[in-house]
Design a protein around this ligand. Structure first.
Ligand SMILES: Nc1ncnc2c1ncn2[C@@H]1O[C@H](COP(=O)(O)OP(=O)(O)O)[C@@H](O)[C@H]1O
Ligand code: SF4
Ligand SMILES: [Mg+2]
Length: 324
């Protein structure tokens, strides 16, 4: 990989929860625990894992919307976690985020055109006429009519509002866009359209994406490389095609086995046998390998020693004692 656009090292976020008594210290929730990954200019890295494994927390840490417990995030040569407020403000123009629920980033009382133009105003760019003209351009770029400028979000469908949220994220011409479950809340029929739009925008604007999803089948199609998270840890990273063809970590294998496959006999979707048991709590997570409580291949050492993420082939890293 050439010099990565985004480089994350040892990134950690522990939330201190409230104690039950006034003077009692609360437990620590290990949401993200010492993760490393790189994203090359122009590529799409997928981050997958079950709900609660730390995907959104990772996204927020990268954009420094929350402060980390430890680690570094270097974006385009600048350490995001150490830079001054002014530098951070500048960096924020180049790093944007799209959320699962478009309504969370849109003001329900603001017209969609004004919402799209808002980041320009916030960063003091252009006058109002210029900003609104640019917002109209971006309405068209995301496949909406400029006639919609004065509409309110409630007049739109979920898919249309997600287009508006994408326009708002792109109007500052960022280099990196973190897409946090951008199609998970949409009707299945709309998902493919939004993914196609995101692909076109990536090509036209030379964007770099981090694509977050709990749905492996979406990530497989959309991302060149995929990182699999389990309880705040990366357990495997590889080119998506390789990860799906030849998953090495028992957790990745279980996730891929659990992808619903069409049953040719009755055309219903069937769920293959997946994982047994629930994800343990990130408060006092399992010792050793965090997956050992559910792993069909666990060995004695797995409950006491934590396997580091190690290279097993070029571009393929796994955290599991089976591959040492
Ligand atoms: N502000 C917070 N305070 C305490 N715990 C949090 C906070 N934000 C997230 N968490 C916890 O961190 C873990 C990871 O959450 P999150 O990153 O949202 O997971 P994901 O996006 O993968 O579903 C969860 O257990 C969640 O409850
Ligand atoms: S280290 Fe042990 S428990 Fe963890 S995934 Fe590998 S075999 Fe399973
Ligand atoms: Mg999330």
């Amino acid at each position: 990989m050439s010099e990565p656009l985004l480089s994350v090292r040892g990134l950690t976020k522990h939330f201190r929860l409230e104690g039950s008594g006034l003077f009692e210290k609360g437990p620590t929730l290990k949401a993200v625990d010492d993760i490393d990954f790189d994203v090359a200019q122009g590529e799409t890295l997928g981050l997958v894992g079950e709900s609660g494994c730390g995907k959104s927390t990772t996204a927020r840490l990268v954009l420094r919307l929350i402060e980390p417990t430890a680690g570094s995030v270097v974006f385009d040569g600048t350490d995001v976690l150490k830079c001054s407020k002014d530098e951070l403000q500048k960096l924020r123009r180049e790093m944007q985020m799209v959320f699962q629920d478009p309504m969370s980033s849109l003001n329900p009382r603001m017209s969609v055109g004004v919402s799209i133009a808002e980041p320009l105003r916030f960063h003091g760019l252009g006058n109002q006429i210029e900003r609104f003209a640019r917002a109209r351009d971006f309405l068209e770029i995301v496949g909406l009519s400029t006639d919609y400028f004065d509409r309110l979000p409630h007049e739109f469908s979920g898919g249309q509002n997600q287009r508006v949220a994408i326009a708002r994220a792109l109007i500052l011409r960022p280099k990196l866009v973190i897409l946090d479950e951008p199609v998970s809340a949409l009707d299945v029929s709309i998902r493919a359209q939004i993914l196609k739009l995101l692909e076109e925008l990536q090509r036209d604007f030379r964007l770099t994406y981090v694509f977050i999803s709990h749905d492996l089948s979406v990530v497989k199609r959309f991302c060149e490389r995929t990182a699999v998270l389990y309880l705040g840890k990366i357990v495997e990273i590889a080119e998506s095609e390789k990860l799906y063809r030849e998953p090495l970590h028992p957790y990745t294998q279980a996730l891929i086995d659990a992808i619903p496959v069409p049953d040719p006999s009755n055309r219903n979707i069937v769920q293959r046998a997946g994982l047994e048991g629930d994800v343990p709590s990130p408060i006092n997570p399992p010792s050793g390998c965090r997956f050992h409580t559910r792993c069909p291949k666990r060995m004695e050492r797995c409950s006491t020693e934590a396997p580091p993420l190690q290279s097993v082939a070029p571009g393929h890293q796994v955290a599991c004692f089976l591959y040492r």
